[in-house]
Design a protein around this ligand. Structure first.
Ligand SMILES: C[S@@+](CC[C@H](N)C(=O)[O-])C[C@H]1O[C@@H](n2cnc3c(N)ncnc32)[C@H](O)[C@@H]1O
Ligand SMILES: Nc1nc2[nH]cc(C(=O)O)c2c(=O)[nH]1
Ligand code: SF4
Ligand SMILES: [Mg+2]
Length: 216
């Protein structure tokens, strides 16, 4: 697998917000959202080639236990090429959370070693057409993080959830932002729509604290 970075931080997004965690960021993403804050991950040949054992050893050496986040790029492109073994090995450090666009359903082998899917389905604000696998709507391990920047996006997120049968309690709205300033502004823009439509909002903790600093 090609690995971009392995670091310790707080989970800054989603249902596990605030938990200390080890992050493993894999290279490559074919989806290419306009708002992506990790464009350096798109290249499939970025990062360095590492074995499952090497990734595990580096992740374990950081000393954080309890939670592991596998992200990218789009980590599911590494299915059948080591991702299943990696997820199962990382469980030795804690619960395994996979960050994914939801474009690809997991293999049964991957699913057996994942504790949480942090799915971020793509709305029109991504500026691309990305597929969405209905697998996630039915998975008790999946939570849905919609990137929104205004009230219209909040409406679209709710519609998406309704169309795909995603339970409303599993929906989290997340501000589209790459700086603390932008983060605060977008929170204010989406606030009233979230209240009106009964949707939960979670911040991006690392963006509020550090901006879009790599390794945070
Ligand atoms: C870089 S992606 C990697 C995982 C996967 N490719 C995905 O999109 O879920 C990690 C998370 O960052 C979110 N994200 C990327 N750019 C963002 C931005 N500018 N504002 C808010 N969230 C963003 C994505 O929606 C996703 O939830
Ligand atoms: N602190 C922190 N939390 C995160 N949760 C998901 C991230 C990602 O880039 O996938 C991320 C990230 O890059 N940093
Ligand atoms: S799917 Fe994720 S990594 Fe890929 S471009 Fe979109 S936000 Fe970035
Ligand atoms: Mg990130």
């Amino acid at each position: 697998m090609r690995v971009l970075e392995i670091f310790a931080s707080l989970q800054g997004e989603g249902v596990n917000l605030g938990k200390p965690a080890v992050f493993v960021r894999l290279a490559g993403c074919p989806i290419r959202c306009a708002y992506c804050d990790t464009k350096y991950s798109w290249d499939f040949s970025a990062g360095v080639e590492m074995s499952v054992e090497e990734v595990f050893a580096k992740a374990a050496s950081l000393g954080v236990r309890g939670h592991v986040v596998v992200t990218g790029g789009e980590p599911l492109i590494w299915q059948r090429r080591g991702l299943e073994d990696l997820a199962c090995a990382l469980r030795g450090l804690g619960a395994v959370e996979v960050e994914t666009s939801g474009a690809y359903s997991p293999t049964p082998e991957l699913d057996s070693c994942v504790d949480y899917y942090d799915v971020s389905p793509k709305l029109s604000n991504a500026g691309v057409k990305a597929p969405f696998s209905p697998f996630y709507a039915k998975s008790p391990k999946a939570w849905f993080k919609f990137v929104v920047r205004d009230a219209a996006d909040v409406e679209e997120a709710l519609q998406f959830a309704e169309v795909w049968g995603i339970p409303k309690e599993r929906v989290l709205l997340m501000p589209m932002a790459q700086s603390a300033e932008e983060h605060g502004e977008v929170l204010k823009r989406i606030w009233d729509a979230a209240v009106r439509l009964g949707l939960r909002v979670t911040p991006r903790l690392h963006i509020a604290a550090w901006g879009n600093e790599r390794g945070r």
